[in-house]
Design a protein around this ligand. Structure first.
Ligand SMILES: Cc1ncc(COP(=O)(O)O)c(C=O)c1O
Length: 386
C-alpha cells in the first residue's frame, strides 16, 4: 500500500457487520477476563488500561504502517516520546550523543535528569559526517540522538551515515522525525532504530491535544521501549489517541497544503530587505539541501528566517501587527504561527552565530494572499518603529 492509502486504511479492523468508519473511543481502566484460563493467559495485548486498548492499538498500527517500523508505543507528549526513546536504552555509566540542534527540553532531559543517574551526554554538530560522529563514539555510547531537520535551526542530518557510525560502535540511532510527520522522511528505512514523533504537531493537526509516538525498527528495540513505558507508568487517554488517529486520516491532504504555503512564504520572505537568510531545507540556498533532496520526499510547513539586526521596539511592532500569524509554542496545527526563538542559548558543539533575530514560521492552511498581506503589515510596522 502507498502512504496515502495506509493513512486511510490502517488501524480499522472491522469486527461487526455494520461498523462505524472510525474505530470508536474505548475508555477503560479495567478489562474483565471471560474465564479463569483467560486470566492465567494474561491476555497479553489488552488486559489493563495502562497497556492501551483498541483505540490505542488502531493509532499505533497506523503510525507503524506510516513509519515503516516493527511496532509503535504511544506517549502522553512528544517530549516523553523523546525521553523514553533515550531512557529505554541507557543505564548508569552509559553515554549518549545528542545533536546540538535538538529540541531544548530533550537536551535538558539528558543534561539534567540523565546526568543525575550517571549517564553522560556529549553534544555533536548536527552537520557531522559519519567519520566525525565515529570519532565521538565511546565504548559505552548506547544512543545517538538526531533531529532532522532541527526544529529551530533546520540543519538536515545525514541519517544513513549516522546510523552506520552508531551501529559500528554498538549504539542505536534514535531520530526525532516530527518535522516530516513520518510522511516525507522514513528514518527506519535509512537505518535508524527508532523514529519518534511529537504527534502533537502534524498527526493531531488541530492544536488541541498532546501526544507522542515511538516507533521501533525491530522486536528487541520495541521490547525495551515497551518495558520502559510500562515500568514508568506511562499512559495516554483513549480520547487523545482517537484525536491523533482522526488527524492522521487527513494528514496527506493537509501536508500538501502546508508544504505549498510554506515554500511560497519562504520565497516571499527571501526577497524582503529585512531578511538576512531563510532556513528552509527545500531551498537550494539552505545548508543541508542536498541531503534533504536525497532523503526526503517533501517539506512540511515549518521553517526559519534570520532577520538583519533590528532594535527591540521595531521587533515588538512587527509581532504586534500580525492579524493571522499567532505567537505560540508548538506547530503543526491548521493555523499559521510566527515565534522569535533563541537558538544561541542552547548550543555547545556548534555555536549559533547568526547576526540577527531568528523567527520560526509555521505555514498554516489560511489563504496565502492573506498571509502575505499580514507579513507586509508586520514589516511596515517594523519600519515605522525603526
Ligand atoms: C521537534 C520537537 N520534538 C518534540 C517536541 C515535544 O512535543 P510535545 O510538546 O508534544 O511534548 C516538540 C515540541 O515543540 C518539537 O518541536
Amino acid at each position: 500500500m502507498k502512504d496515502n492509502t495506509k493513512l486511510v486504511a490502517a488501524g480499522r479492523p472491522h469486527k461487526r457487520p455494520l461498523h462505524p468508519v472510525n474505530p470508536p473511543v474505548e475508555r477503560a481502566s479495567t478489562y474483565l477476563f471471560p474465564t479463569y484460563d483467560d486470566y492465567l493467559d494474561g491476555a497479553k495485548n489488552i488486559a489493563y488500561g495502562r497497556l492501551g486498548g483498541p483505540t490505542h492499538r488502531a493509532l499505533e498500527e497506523t503510525v507503524t504502517a506510516l513509519e515503516g517500523g516493527y511496532e509503535t508505543r504511544l506517549a502522553p507528549s512528544g517530549l516523553q516520546a523523546c525521553t523514553m526513546g533515550v531512557l529505554a536504552f541507557v543505564g548508569a555509566g552509559d553515554h549518549v550523543l545528542m545533536t546540538d540542534s535538538a529540541y531544548d527540553p530533550t537536551r535538558k532531559f539528558c543534561q539534567n535528569f540523565l546526568g543525575r543517574f550517571e549517564v553522560e551526554t556529549t553534544y555533536y554538530d548536527p552537520r557531522a559526517t559519519g567519520d566525525e560522529l565515529a570519532a565521538l563514539m565511546r565504548p559505552n555510547t548506547r544512543v545517538v540522538f538526531a533531529e532532522s531537520p532541527g526544529s529551530l535551526t533546520f540543519e538536515v542530518q545525514d541519517l544513513p551515515a549516522l546510523a552506520a557510525a552508531a551501529h559500528a560502535g554498538g549504539a542505536r540511532l534514535v531520530v526525532d522525525n516530527t518535522w516530516s510527520a513520518g510522511y516525507y522522511l522514513k528514518p527506519i528505512a535509512l537505518g535508524a532504530d527508532v523514529s519518534i514523533q511529537a504527534a502533537t504537531k502534524y498527526l493531531v493537526g488541530h492544536a488541541d491535544c498532546l501526544l507522542g509516538t515511538i516507533t521501533a525498527a525491530d522486536e528487541k528495540t520495541a521490547n525495551l521501549i515497551y518495558r520502559a513505558a510500562l515500568q514508568l507508568g506511562s499512559n495516554v487517554s483513549a480520547d487523545d489517541a482517537y484525536l491523533a488517529l482522526r488527524g492522521m486520516r487527513t494528514l496527506a491532504a493537509r501536508l500538501e497544503r502546508h508544504q505549498q504555503t510554506g515554500l511560497e512564504l519562504a520565497k516571499f520572505l527571501r526577497k524582503r530587505g529585512e531578511v538576512e537568510t531563510v532556513l528552509h531545507p527545500a531551498l537550494k540556498s539552505c545548508p543541508g539541501h542536498a541531503i534533504w533532496k536525497r532523503d526526503f520526499t517533501g517539506a512540511t510547513g515549518l521553517f526559519g528566517v534570520v532577520l538583519k539586526p533590528v532594535e527591540t521596539p521595531a521587533l515588538k511592532a512587527f509581532f504586534n501587527a500580525f492579524k493571522h500569524f499567532g505567537m505560540g509554542f508548538s506547530w503543526g496545527g491548521y493555523e499559521s504561527l510566527c515565534l522569535h526563538v533563541h537558538p544561541a542559548k542552547n548550543r555547545s558543539a556548534a555555536a549559533w552565530t547568526a547576526p540577527g533575530p531568528v523567527l520560526r514560521f509555521h505555514a498554516g492552511l489560511e489563504d496565502i494572499e492573506d498571509l502575505k498581506v499580514d507579513l507586509e503589515r508586520a514589516f511596515h510596522a517594523m519600519a515605522a518603529h525603526a
